[in-house]
Design a protein around this ligand. Structure first.
Ligand SMILES: NC(=O)c1ccc[n+]([C@@H]2O[C@H](COP(=O)([O-])OP(=O)(O)OC[C@H]3O[C@@H](n4cnc5c(N)ncnc54)[C@H](O)[C@@H]3O)[C@@H](O)[C@H]2O)c1
Length: 297
């Protein structure tokens, strides 16, 4: 396939909006779709604010910002993605919902188009098998926040073609990212290692080993992590962390992947982290101890 000229992004939450931003600042036409119109409004405003911060720091020009916003089109009609060369989905971390989306996209997009998933853990092979183009389905796993984080983890399904891999890798590199490749096993590389650590931090809190602040400070100062595991869980979204632990447990079958009851309970309570204003920490209070720092887009 020739160079990517048009991208569809499905899901305008924290990941989808960041991926759409990357495409737009690289001068690629991007259709951003979400079923929730409010999510599209929030995405547009967060993308514009984020690009402005790059401009204010002298990392992007005003012209790039103007051109990027011109390249970006928001839509609640999935059919608008028909002309895309590649569609990257960043919707909820649910295998059934992602499969049903891929079945729809398979009918809408052109024959040559690639269907990529930003899934953190779900089998690319099974998503691919739901479509009539398994050789053109691939995992393209961006890190959060996509405009800042340098890594893209590319996951080949059982039938992913070499051409699909090469086009996807070239796109990630055009975005300025470093690519690592993973086999298609639950959690791939990054979350296979990261999520059990986050789950263990919840166990440490649950069993009273230490306070949340001491757990986070311990890992920041003791192991040189930029964020503590509980802060990071709030940043990722506790619902996303829980879904990934469930996928690791189901896919790898080891009891060490059973989600910590405290993580389950916080998700049940709707305390999903920063995106809801409360998770392990409460971001609605402006007190120093309850408001850890985070990378800014
Ligand atoms: N949060 C992270 O740190 C992170 C990092 C890497 C990958 N991911 C993965 O990215 C994906 C999205 O995560 P997120 O944190 O951006 O979630 P999010 O909750 O911020 O956003 C998800 C968006 O998808 C929309 N959506 C849900 N179902 C849809 C559908 N059928 N069609 C169109 N839009 C739909 C929702 O309205 C919402 O706006 C997940 O698969 C997640 O595992 C997340």
């Amino acid at each position: 396939m020739a160079e990517i000229k048009s991208i569809g992004v499905v899901g305008g939450g924290q990941m989808g909006s960041g991926i759409a931003q990357l495409a737009a600042v690289n001068g690629i036409t991007v259709w951003l779709h979400d079923t929730d119109a409010g999510a599209l409004t929030r995405a547009l405003s967060s993308i514009s604010d984020s690009i402005q911060r790059f401009v204010s720091k002298g990392q992007l020009s005003q012209e790039v910002k103007t051109e990027a916003l011109r390249c970006l089109r928001c839509t609640s009609n999935l059919e608008d993605l028909a002309s895309a060369d590649i569609v990257i989905e960043a919707i909820v971390e649910s295998e059934d919902v992602k499969k049903s989306l891929f079945v729809q996209l398979d009918k809408i997009v052109k024959k040559s188009a690639i269907l990529a998933s930003n899934t953190s853990s779900i089998s690319i092979t099974r998503l691919a098998a739901a479509t009539g183009r398994p050789q053109q389905v691939i995992g393209m796993h961006f890190m959060n926040p996509p405009p800042i984080m340098k890594l893209v983890e590319i996951v080949r399904g059982a039938d992913t073609s070499e051409d699909t891999f090469n086009v996807t890798k070239a796109l990630a590199e055009r975005f300025g990212k470093t690519v690592i490749c993973s086999q298609d096993y639950s959690g791939f590389v990054v979350n296979r290692i990261l999520m059990p650590m986050i789950n263990e931090a919840f166990h440490a809190l649950y069993t009273g080993v230490a306070t949340k602040e001491d757990i986070d400070t311990g890992m920041k100062l003791g192991t040189n992590h930029p964020m503590g595991p509980l802060e990071l869980a709030d940043f990722i979204g506790l619902d996303v962390c829980l879904s990934i632990m469930k996928v690791l447990h189901a896919g790898l079958g080891d009891a060490k992947y059973v989600p910590c009851p405290l993580l389950v309970q916080l998700v049940d309570a709707g305390r999903l982290g920063r995106k809801r204003g409360i998770g392990v920490y409460n971001y609605n209070k402006v007190s120093k101890e309850t408001k850890p720092s985070s990378p800014r887009l």
